[in-house]
Every structure is written in C-alpha cells, then in structure tokens.
Design a protein around this ligand. Structure first.
Ligand SMILES: C[S@@+](CC[C@H](N)C(=O)[O-])C[C@H]1O[C@@H](n2cnc3c(N)ncnc32)[C@H](O)[C@@H]1O
Ligand SMILES: [Zn+2]
Length: 303
C-alpha cells in the first residue's frame, strides 16, 4: 500500500511533502520549508497560494449540508456503485490503485467508491479527494476518519487498510499532486480539468467523467419550470485523451420526505435559478416524490 504522501506535492513549489516525526509536530513540510498545519480532523489545506490560482467556486455551506443530508438516504448509491463497476471493468491491473477525485464535494461518493472499487478489484485503493470548498473537505475528513478510511492522526500517519481516502481543499486546475502518480482520475458532476488529469495520470491511467443524463431529475425540473428541454450533452473527448467506453444508467428514486426533497433541490444547480413559486410547487408535491436518476459515465485513457 502506498502512502498518501507519495502522491502529494507542495502547492507552492511542487516538491515532495513529509511529516516531520520529531517533537510531535503536526504539519507537513517540503524541502524548501513551506509548512502546512494539520488540523485535529486530519485536515490540511493545500490550496495553492495567490488569489488568481485559487478556485473561485467553493460550494456554500448550505449546499454541502443539503448534499450530506440527501446523500445519507442512499438514493444516489446506485450512481456510485455503477461508477465502481465501470471503473473496475476498465482499469488496468495494479498492485495499488491510486485515485484522485477532482471536485469531490463532501466526499460521500468518493468514500463509497473507494470501498466498492477495492472490493471489486481485490486490490488496495488509495484515494485523494480535492475540493475548492474548505468546509466540504473538512466534513469529508471527519467522515473518512469515522469510516476508517483515514487514520485519526491525519495525513502522513501509517494506515494499513485496503481502502484509504484523504480529503483536502485544493484547486482541481492546480492540484498538489505528483506527475503521473494516479491510476484513476474522477470528475463527478464537477468541472473537468482534463489537462491537469493528463498530468497526474500514469501512462495507462483513466479519466472517468460522470455527468447528468438528459432525463436526470426530470420530474423535479417539470415541477419548477414551465418549459423543460431535454438536451443530451455528452462530455466531449478531452484533448490528449481517447474514449474507452461510455455508459448510461437510469433508475427511479423515491424521495420519502419534504425535507429530503428540499435537500435534493438545494444541491442542484436549479436552486439558484428557480422562482419562489416554482420552489413552492415542488415542495408541495405528493410524497414519496419519484424522480428519474439518469447518469452518463465516460471513460477516457491518456493518448
Ligand atoms: C456539483 S458538486 C459535485 C460534488 C461531488 N463530486 C458529488 O458528485 O457529490 C461540484 C463540486 O466541484 C467543486 N469545484 C468547482 N470548481 C472547483 C475547482 N476549481 N477546484 C476544486 N473544486 C471545484 C465545487 O466546490 C463542488 O463541491
Ligand atoms: Zn514548497
């Protein structure tokens, strides 16, 4: 099993990071002396310096909370499980799969994926999840420690589990990750940073882009908008990549309560572009509210 520090690089100067053993210091350091404090949760902030390089779109707390609340119901577990089987079918054999989730949010899918993928491939999986939202990364760390995916003493401590997942704030367009160190890059409902994926992937590495299909949450959209257009925008093959396979998975989820429906609505992009009347219409729907989950998976390999 690799150590997460094998993958990480200093966001200032790109050199390797170590965790000094002496004096019980709780930080990571690079040879140039840049130091990054480890919080109690194991969390370390590796956002790159300089405003222009920092991600602009860290999610709001409200959205992170809504996602935690909705995802905990398990209605989106089908998305993660399909992703894990698509990945296991396409991935080359590896003594340890190294995964980078680019824009992982609060890491619910990331953690579930890491466990499923390790089971399906019967190989250890070491995952690093990055998100622009510090709050989301901190929440993800806490859950990862609770689920045994991350050692309680944080990044850099020994962790001999078959599945590990570490979460850090980071900018997916400037990742603190070593060149060609990752066997699988994931982009789930997030901007696709293909150039950065190509840099961090090993020569036989894969990029998997997970995106909404044309009927995703159709019933919800019909409640909030008068005119719903079905456009199927499949993610294009990114420069420097070749397509391996595409898959679509559709199923129906029954949202059981009004709180769960409100949480689902809050975690969608529609939340920001819906009138109050549209929102009220949705939230006064009959329960359970049956909604289509329609997701596209695109697997690309580095050319
Ligand atoms: C719709 S959420 C998806 C989260 C998670 N992948 C999931 O499927 O539940 C998109 C995420 O991308 C993150 N994001 C957007 N731009 C980013 C950037 N430049 N660097 C890091 N994260 C970014 C946002 O903060 C947000 O958490
Ligand atoms: Zn440095």
């Amino acid at each position: 099993m690799k150590n997460i520090l094998d993958l990480l690089r200093c966001p200032h100067c790109g050199t390797p990071l170590t965790r000094p053993a002496e004096g019980g210091q709780k930080n990571l350091k690079c040879p140039a002396g840049h130091a990054f404090d480890l919080a109690k949760s194991g969390y370390v902030n590796l956002l790159p310096p300089g405003k222009e390089k920092n991600a602009r779109s860290g999610d709001e707390r409200e959205m992170v909370k809504a996602r935690e609340e909705f995802l905990a119901l398990g209605l989106y577990a089908g998305i993660t499980d399909t992703l894990a089987s698509v990945a296991a079918e396409s991935a080359a054999e590896a003594s340890c799969h190294t995964v980078c989730d680019m824009g992982c949010g609060e890491g619910w899918h990331t953690r579930r994926f890491t466990k499923r993928f390790a089971e399906l491939t019967a190989a250890p999986v070491l995952t690093a999840g990055f998100d622009a939202s510090k709050y989301a990364a901190e929440r993800a760390c806490k859950c990862a420690v609770r689920e045994g995916l991350m050692p309680a003493s944080g990044i850099g401590a020994a962790h001999d589990a078959p599945a590990s997942a570490y979460f850090m704030p980071g900018n997916i367009f400037h990742l603190p990750v070593a060149d060609h160190s990752v066997t699988l890059a994931l982009s789930m409902f997030a901007p696709v940073a293909a150039e950065e994926a190509a840099r961090i992937l090993t020569p036989d590495g894969l990029l998997i882009v997970v995106s909404s299909g044309k009927e995703h949450l159709l019933e919800l959209r019909r409640k909030i908008y008068d005119d719903v257009r079905l456009s199927d925008e499949l993610p294009p093959v990114p420069d420097g990549f070749a397509e391996v396979v595409r898959k679509n998975h559709r199923y129906t989820a029954d949202v059981p309560t009004r709180d769960a429906l409100a949480a689902l609505f809050t975690m969608t992009p529609f939340y920001y572009k819906t009138t109050e009347a549209g929102r009220d219409r949705l939230l006064s729907s009959d329960l359970p509210f049956s909604v289509t989950v329609d997701v596209n998976y695109a697997v690309f390999r580095v050319k």
